[in-house]
Design a protein around this ligand. Structure first.
Ligand code: S3P
Length: 441
């Protein structure tokens, strides 16, 4: 099967209105929480991507049924002890770090050993950031070199923990929060701020949670409970997927785009803050609150005079999945942009910082790198004519989409592997490209 795609033409100017699929982080959390509720939950606009499908298949293996009815998924939970873990089984997380890390928190009361496996890319990622705190609840977790496969066998004698989360990883924080839900007593987490969807969902579902916010940290206290009820949830649009189309519009010629119903939760909008500091004028209209999440329609126009940025480190966490596409904007900016302390990018689906620097250099952009800090020497006249091959060895969805957008706005003749990688997070990526290109908007 040919997984390579060839792009030879820049995108012509466009005016379009689109809707992006449901948020990946919220979709996975909704499925996992519905699997712990008592009774039926209905999840609307669930992202139907491979990461979420692997989540659904895994809860099914643990005895939780789901079905798609019209435009929602119905999930039948049996409460927080409702997983069937009476047999040793293995779950396939595929490419999903979020699912693999969060499910471990929910397995701390498993009866038999449950093994979590993943694809090649996920099997190269560190799991000690979740297995170490989870062990303190009193469970047994084994893995080789802190990587997948990870084997977990739960305990009946769980004890609450005090945990300090220092990386700013929402996966790590959420895994411990899900474990806390099942553990009698109060678990206390001091966490470097990161996306807070789990906290908001806990509040919506009536799970006892107290969050105290300081400058860069949140203290989260969770009281273990015996049950909560099934719920209805309508997943808002994914800002991380939207970011590729925001940048496509910014860097295209004379174009305009409206993206409807995007989640603009403050812990996720670093990309908008950064791009607006670079002279973009991205507007939020029709803002509303949905169960604690803030949703808006985004209005974007092409910008000719993009300027460089000295990116404040305080925005690293809220733009963590968007730096690849932000680097592309920096490459077209007037002046030198600098980004600091981005080591976490190398902990993602592929070593993204290393690969992004390689791609930028390959297309003739000057990049200086010191440890995890980079400087990108922008060129507003950057226009490509050569041949570019992006190997994307780890099949990273965001490396693919960054390269694809680069090809559409910079020109040149690009060959990019692996087009199927978009299915991890953004199965409609090509459909939306087609919609934007067709004049029928
Ligand atoms: C996610 C958290 C982030 C992000 C990932 C999704 C989540 O990872 O990069 O795409 O849903 O909690 P880290 O927790 O490793 O920062």
């Amino acid at each position: 099967m040919k997984k390579i795609i060839n792009i030879k033409k820049k995108i012509p100017s466009f005016k379009s209105k689109i809707e992006i699929n449901g948020d990946k982080s919220i979709s996975i959390r909704c499925v996992l929480l519905a699997s712990q509720a008592i009774g039926k939950s209905k999840i609307y606009n669930l992202l139907e991507s491979e990461d979420v499908i692997n989540t659904l298949r895994s809860i099914k293996k643990l005895g939780i049924n789901y079905k798609k009815i019209n435009n929602f998924y119905e999930i039948q939970g049996f409460g927080i002890n409702g997983f069937d873990t009476s047999k040793s089984i293995s779950l396939n997380a595929g490419n999903s770090g979020t699912f693999a890390r969060l499910i471990l928190g929910l397995l701390i009361n498993s009866e038999k050993t449950i093994t979590i496996k993943g694809d090649k890319s996920l099997s190269k990622r560190d799991f000690s950031r979740v297995t170490e705190p989870l062990k303190n609840f009193g469970v047994n977790i084994v893995s080789k070199n802190n990587m997948l496969p990870v084997k977990i066998v739960g305990s009946k004698f769980l004890r609450p923990i005090n945990f300090e989360e220092k990386i700013g990883s929402a996966q790590c924080k959420s895994s411990v929060m899900l474990a806390a839900l099942k553990t009698p007593g109060v678990t206390k987490i001091k966490a470097k701020r990161s996306r807070n969807h789990t906290e908001l969902l806990f509040k919506t579902l009536g799970i006892p949670i107290k969050v105290t916010s300081k400058k860069v940290n949140d203290t989260i206290e969770i009281k273990g409970i015996s049950n909560f009820s099934g719920f209805n949830y309508n997943v808002p649009g994914d800002i991380s997927s939207s970011a590729f189309f925001i940048v496509l519009t910014l860097l295209a010629n004379n174009s305009q785009l409206i993206i409807k119903n995007v989640n603009i939760n403050k812990t996720r909008t670093g990309v908008i803050t950064i791009l607006n500091k670079m002279n973009a004028n991205i507007l939020f209209k029709n803002k509303r609150n949905y169960k604690g999440e803030i949703i808006a329609d985004l209005f974007i126009k092409s910008t000719k005079n993009i300027k460089s940025i000295n990116c404040p480190e305080s925005l690293n966490s809220s733009a963590i999945d968007e730096f690849l596409i932000i680097f592309l904007v920096a490459a077209k900016a007037k002046g030198v942009s600098s980004f600091k302390n981005l080591g976490e990018l190398n902990q993602k689906e592929s070593p993204r910082l290393d690969i992004a620097v390689d791609i930028l250099r390959q297309i003739g952009v000057k990049v200086e790198r010191k440890f995890n800090n980079i400087k990108i020497f922008g060129n507003p006249n950057l226009n490509l004519q050569g041949n570019y091959l992006i190997n994307n060895f780890r099949k990273d969805h965001r490396i693919f989409m960054m390269s694809y957008i680069a090809a559409l706005v910079l020109g040149g003749n690009w060959k990019i592997y692996d087009k199927d990688s978009v299915n991890s997070s953004f199965p409609n990526f090509f459909k939306i490209i087609k919609q934007i290109k067709s004049k029928k908007n």
